[in-house]
Structure formats: C-alpha cells, structure tokens
Design a protein around this ligand. Structure first.
Ligand SMILES: Nc1ncnc2c1ncn2[C@@H]1O[C@H](COP(=O)(O)OP(=O)(O)OP(=O)(O)O)[C@@H](O)[C@H]1O
Length: 800
C-alpha cells in the first residue's frame, strides 16, 4: 500500500533565545574587566567598557550601556546542565515525531563549543540531549518500537564533509520535495545507546577542523551539525503509523574579523568563508525577524550551505533554541553587543511545527475522520473571517487613519532593515574584494617565482608546489568572484526593495489627510537611515585611510632606518608631494621577546645607532613582518657597519624574504645578522654566535600562517651565494643543523599545508626582491640593490 501523509495540524512556535555568559578566562582576569551584569533569569546589562564616562555622560544617555531581555539568561556561574534544564522540553518532542534545532551563536572564544560539546565535568547540550532521548525511549510504556540514527557533518570553507567517515569526500546538498534539504551521501548510523552516539561524537570531533587563533587556542574553523533521527513505529488495530522526529544540534565556527587577528594565509581564507556563512545566517535572522510582521522580506537562505542546512530550524518545521554565547570581557564589548543584537532579532522568528507522520495501511475510517476534521477547521476559519470583516467595517475613517500610521511605522521599520541588510551585504562584498586583492597579489608573486625557477630535477617539486598553490589561489579567486557576484545581485535586489519601500511610503502619505505631519515623520526616519549608511561608509573610508597611513608611516621609518637623515626624508617626501603626519621616533631600546606593535620599525631608528639586543650591543638583526601591510628587515652593526634596512612593500601575502648580502656586512668580522620571521606581535629573534662575512644566510618561508619562526642559524647558511641576479643557482654546501626543522615545526604548528612545508627542504632560490615593482618607491629599490639574495635550504628535510 502506498504511504500517505496525514494532514498535519500546524502550530506556530517562537524561536526561543537563551543567552549564556561564560566566566572570564585566566588570561582575561589579568587584563580585562567584567562588564556583564545578569539582572534576573531573563535580563542582562552590558556595561560601558569605558570607565572614564562620568555621571553627566550617563544621565545624558551618552553611555554605551545596553539592556536586554531574553527567554533565559545564564551568568558565568551557570553550568551547561542549568541551560539544558530550560530547553529539555524541546528535545523531548523529538521522541513524539517533532523536529528540534539547537544552535550556539556567538563570536570566537565566547563558549559555543563549550556549550554544545562541554567537558567531562560539565557535559554540553549535545551530550545531555542524547541522554534525554534514550531515557525517554527506555521509560516509554507503549508497545511502540523506536529506531535511532545519527549523522554528523561539518561545513568547512563552504564544503560539506561527513565527520563519521574517515576520509570523507565533498558532499552535496539536494532539495527533496518531501524531506526538504538533504545532504546526499551523508552516512546515518543506527545506534542503540547514548554512549554509542557519544563515541561517534568524539570520533567526529577529533576530525573537525580546529586551529589556534589569536582569540581562541582551539577555535573551531568549521560549522558542525549533529543530527539525531528518532523513528517511532506505532501499531494499532487499523494501521501502522510512523512518527519521525529529528534533532539538529549545531556548533557554529568562530567568527573573527581579519583585521582583529594576526591570521594570514589559510586561516585568513577560513575566516573569510566562516564569516561569509555567519553573515548569511545573520542576514537570514534579520530577514526572518521582520518577515513575521508583514511577509515582506526575502530570506536569503541560498547564500551559504550553512543557511540552507539550517533552513528548517530557522523557519520551517522545527522547535528551535538559539543559545547566544557571550564573553564578559570589556574588550569583547563590540562582539557581545553584536551577538545580542542578532539574538534580540531572533526572538521575533516564528517556526511552524507539526508532527512528521507517515502512515501505512490507512483505513477508510481514518480518511473519514480526516475529512471531518478538515470540515470543522473550514467552519472555524469562516467564522473568524466574518468576525474580522465586521471589525473592519466599524469606524472606517478612524481605523483608516490608525492603519495608515501603523502601515507607515512598518514601512519605516522595513526601510531601516533594508539599510541594515545593505550595509551587511556591502561589508561582505568589501571583505571578499579585499581577500581577492590579496589573492591576486599572491598570484602575481607566485607567477614571478615560477618564472624565475629553472625547472631542474631538484627544484621540480618546488615548481610543482608553486603550481598547485597557484591553482588553489585561482580556485579561491573564482569562488570569491562568484560569491561577490551573488552579493552584488543581492545588493541590486536590496536597492529595488528600497525604491519600492520609498514609493509605498510616499503613497501612504499622499493617501492620508494629515499629509504634512506624515511627510515630516517619514523624512525624519529616512534621514536617520541615510545617517546610518553614511556612518558605515565613513567607517570604511577611515579603515582605508588608516591602512594607508600605517603603510606610509612604516615606509618613512624604513627610510629612516637606512640611515637617511630625517630632513632628507622630509625633502624626499616633499618632492613626492607627500605630507608626513604623526611621525614620532621613540627612544626606547629594543627588547627581544616582548611584544612589538606594527610600527616596530620605529624602534629601529637612527636615533639609536647601536641598539642593545638581549644585552649584546654587537648583535645585528633582520626582521620580516608578514601579513601586515609592510615588512622590513633591519640590521645594526656596531663599529664599521651602518644601519641597514631592507624593506619591501608587502601586501600580506608574499612568500619569501631574504637575507643579507650586504657589502657592509663584510666589515663585521665576528657577527652575522640575526634573522627572524615573525609578525610584529610575536617577534622571535634567533641569535647566532658565529658569522662569517662571506656567508649568505637565507630562508624560505611560505606566507601562510607564520606567527613566529626563527631561522638564520647554520641551518640557513650557505657558503656562497646560491643565486645571483636571477641567473645562477648553486648547491648549498653547509650541512644544516636543526634550524630548518625548527622552522618547519613552527610552520606546521601555524597550519602551513604539508605540501608547502617541503619547500624549504630543497635548495632553491627565490629572488624577486630586486624587481622594482616590489618596492614602494624607486628610491627604495635603488638603496636595496645589495639585497638581491636568496633563500636556499635546509639539508635535513625530506627530499634534500
Ligand atoms: N561556561 C564556561 N566555563 C568555563 N570555561 C568556559 C566556559 N565557556 C567557555 N569556556 C572556555 O572559554 C574558551 C573558549 O571557549 P570555546 O572554545 O567553547 O569558544 P567558541 O565560541 O567555541 O570558540 P570558536 O568559535 O573560536 O570555536 C575555552 O577555553 C573554554 O574552555
């Protein structure tokens, strides 16, 4: 007999929002202030992080303090068990054929994984839900039979992987007319106990992509969805009915702005993709929040895999709980308020739940009962309609005026949403374009590097690695361009909507008697919107100006580091028509191992020609700052040697850097420059005790993710230059100690792809620094001409 679907009686449910504030971490206790006050079980206050605001600021409402109320609020002392107790009824419905979704939403390091997965002592919502489901099945007194199955997937860089498969391929999403969105090929494993699912959960978690980021030592880089399906077979005299409940438990990846972290390379790309999905989710929440009011909004589910997977949980057949996780630290104020803004919006979202019932052997009597039920429902609806018609006919004029006003209110609100959505879309587009700019620069560097390689047996692998890297970048550029095109379309849609709204407002005004008042009201609101947009544009412009200033400042500091007098530099700047602002030269000496700001180059200034490095006044030094707008390499020599700086305008994605083949070094008989690869924040300097002036030190580093790696010892030295003017390549004759290994370890730790780790193992040469296009100004390229050297190395790595 064919299976049919029984008429489902739909019930509307509101998305339930719980906020969980984690405690301050040990590190935060030392440097941050606790700014979250939980007022009661539904309310919280986010205090202004700026302590300097006084009483006057507060009473004049100039404080950034914010108050919120949600369905549940949990303070730092609450456990996952406390949270669970308030949402367990949602989970219980799964055993009765209802769908449920629980997802944790919050910024990176705010406690999403802790809430969803938890620890041994404080098990998370995933673990506690599983126990509930199996306990309910065990306690069930009916003759029903149950079948539980589980699947676990992750969405990483917009690709879906099966976490229950050892080496899962890419999985695709399909739209099924009956079951909605499904993941084709996803493994669903039948399980008989909570312990078995927990085992699978642990296995899946160990396969999940996590990384150490600036904000969180074990930051989830992927969105993970654990889905438990409970099939309940009910048997009675007439029929066999199947109830199918589904529970989706979602741990979202951490979101961070690239500008706030030191991430680069793959991590930066991950970040861009994660943010893209989260932005898409935020836009859906936004659209759904307003959707409830007038059915006006378009919900952009299709903008990411994550939102397509979560579609049911967000608006379809599911009882849904959002756990917004926040950090109490004052430096997280901005993220906290942002999370709470979306949580607040999510309170408006409504879902439509019904039991998933499938029947087999349906008896005629059942059909009759269904028809009767439907007839009763039709009668009720008719009555309600008649009541509404009557209400509308009463006091038509007064009502019309009221309606007009509330209609205008709704339209104004719509307009504000429309602006917010446009800002979000523009922000996303801006980030994508920035990422692609970096990709294109990296591509250019790769092309240069490939062009300079003479394909020999030895460097064949390197050229190959470059080529595969090139392909990855090309793919990323294509993907980002596609996503950008989608965003542009969305922006166009948004613009159209804006015009529609504008016309609707004008129409509403012209149809109403009190035109002047309404006109002023609408103008006032529209100006408010325009103001928000302008502020956003200004913030973007500020960011660009800030970046350019930073680049300029570093450039002039580098020139200063080359030994030019400040006046000479000023003259040079004036000739170029450049004004130097905010150029200070601090007198502090270099302290190794401490944190350096991006303007670290200030510290290497001619105002202190013989800096003391680690107490050693003879030490010379070369530094590279990667993933920042610029990088520089500076050397100091006591005695005969002048200060030398080599700089290259860098767009966060160069590969290599070079060494010192500077004629000045030849005067230094017992020292060699120290070389380090580092971000300014994590500078590590490797001191070297012996240095022969004829030696060339060199190293190759991949741009990806280096946070700190030191090299420059014997492991990266060659007796003779390996490369001259892009022509000659020569074998390195110095057996290297462990430095390259050290470098490799650091790179591995920082997440560099395996294929690229092998690059330094072969002797090869990458130059390119002498190409004038690498310099920010022609003057600089002239000065830098001695630095055309190279980077061979490491004999103790595979392949060498
Ligand atoms: N309620 C809590 N009690 C104690 N520690 C917590 C709590 N919540 C989070 N933490 C700690 O805060 C840190 C960050 O938490 P977690 O990794 O869960 O954040 P996250 O939001 O998942 O981060 P990401 O998005 O980067 O993956 C961890 O060290 C975790 O142990």
């Amino acid at each position: 007999m064919p299976s049919i679907k029984a008429p489902a009686s739909k019930q509307t449910a509101t998305l339930s929002v719980a906020v969980k504030c984690r405690p301050l971490t040990e590190g935060e206790k030392r440097r941050s202030r606790h700014i979250i006050q939980v007022t009661d079980e539904k309310g919280l206050v986010v205090l202004d992080p700026d302590l300097s605001k006084d009483y006057l600021d507060r009473i004049q409402n100039r404080t950034k303090e914010r108050r919120y109320s949600f369905d549940h609020v949990f303070g730092p002392e609450c456990t996952n068990g406390d949270v669970y107790r308030n949402i367990s009824s949602t989970i219980a419905g799964v055993v009765h054929g209802l769908n449920a979704t629980v997802f944790a939403y919050g910024s990176t390091g705010s406690g999403k994984t802790y809430t969803m997965v938890g620890t041994r002592n404080d098990p998370g919502l995933m673990v506690l839900s599983l126990h509930t489901i199996f306990d309910l099945i065990k306690e069930d007194k009916s003759s029903d039979t149950f079948e539980v199955a589980c699947s676990y997937l992750e969405v990483y860089n917009e690709v879906i992987y099966d976490l229950l498969e050892k080496s899962s391929g890419h999985l695709e999403l399909r739209e099924d007319p009956v079951n909605g969105i499904i993941v084709a090929g996803l493994r669903s494993i039948k399980v008989h106990s909570a312990d078995r699912i927990l085992e699978l959960l642990n296995v899946g978690n160990s396969r999940r992509k996590t990384e150490s980021t600036e904000a969180n030592a074990t930051s989830s880089r992927s969105h993970a969805v654990l889905e438990i399906t409970v099939k309940r077979k009910q048997k009675n005299q007439y029929k066999s009915q199947v109830l199918r409940g589904k529970l989706a438990l979602v741990d979202l990846a951490g979101s961070e702005r690239a500008s706030e972290t030191n991430n680069g390379g793959q991590k930066l790309r991950d970040g861009a993709n994660i943010n893209k999905s989260l932005l898409a989710l935020a836009n859906c929440i936004n659209a759904l929040g307003k959707h409830q009011k007038k059915g006006l909004a378009y919900v952009p589910y299709r903008n990411s895999k994550l939102t397509r997977i979560l579609k049911d949980g967000l608006s379809g057949n599911s009882r849904t709980v959002m756990v917004a996780t926040i950090s109490p630290a004052d430096d997280q104020y901005h993220h906290t308020v942002n999370t709470l803004k979306y949580a607040d919006r999510a309170k408006e979202i409504k879902t439509h739940i019904h039991k998933n019932i499938g029947t087999v052997d349906t008896h005629v009597e059942d059909y009759q009962r269904m028809i009767e039920n439907l007839q009763v429902e039709v009668c009720q609806l008719r009555k309600e309609l008649a009541k509404k018609d009557f209400q509308l006919s009463v006091k038509p004029f007064e009502k019309a005026a009221d309606d007009e006003l509330s209609w205008l209110n709704i339209l104004s609100h719509e307009t504000s949403e429309n602006v917010q959505e446009r800002i979000n879309l523009q922000k996303a587009l801006f980030e994508l374009e920035e990422t692609n700019l970096r990709n294109r620069i990296e591509l250019q560097h790769l092309d240069d590097a490939i062009a300079k390689q003479q394909v020999t047996e030895k460097n064949g692998t390197i050229v190959q690695a470059f080529r595969s890297r090139r392909q990855v970048i090309l793919d990323n550029i294509r993907d980002n361009d596609e996503a950008g095109a989608t965003y542009k379309k969305d922006i166009e849609e948004n613009e159209k909507r804006r015009c529609q709204l504008q016309n609707m407002i004008e129409e509403a005004i012209s149809n109403n008697g009190n035109k002047t008042y309404l006109h002023i009201l609408s103008q006032y609101r529209l100006l408010g919107m325009a103001n928000t947009e302008l502020q956003f544009e200004m913030a973007m412009r500020d960011q660009v100006i800030h970046n350019q200033r930073e680049a300029l400042r570093n450039l002039w500091n580098m020139l200063l580091g080359l030994g030019l007098k400040q006046k000479q530099i000023m003259d040079l700047a004036a000739r170029q028509g450049v004004t130097i602002e905010d150029w200070t030269v601090p007198n502090s000496s270099i302290s190794i191992g401490t944190k350096h700001s991006p303007s670290f180059a200030h510290e290497l200034s001619p105002s202190m020609p013989y800096p003391v490095v680690n107490g050693n006044p003879h030490t010379s030094m070369a530094c590279v700052f990667q993933h920042h707008q610029d990088f520089c390499s500076t050397s100091y020599f006591k005695g005969h040697c002048d200060t030398q700086t080599v700089c290259r305008q860098e767009s966060r994605s160069s590969y290599y850097l070079l060494s010192h083949d500077n004629p000045h070094l030849k005067h230094c008989t017992s020292r060699k420059p120290e070389t380090c690869f580092a971000t300014p924040e994590k500078l590590v300097i490797d001191k070297c005790s012996s240095y022969s002036p004829t030696e060339t030190e060199a190293c190759v580093c991949h741009e990806a993710s280096f946070t700190s790696a030191s090299c420059g010892n014997g492991g990266h030295q060659a007796k003779e230059p390996c490369f001259e003017n892009g022509q000659k390549q020569q074998e390195d004759s110095t057996p290297g100690p462990d430095n390259c290994h050290e470098c490799e370890e650091s790179a591995r730790h920082a997440g560099m792809p395996q294929s690229l780790l092998r690059i330094p193992s072969t002797k090869f040469v990458i130059s390119g620094v002498t190409n004038s296009h690498n310099y920010c100004c022609p003057e600089l390229s002239k000065i830098q001409s001695p630095y055309k050297k190279v980077v061979p190395r490491s004999s103790n790595l595979p392949g060498s």
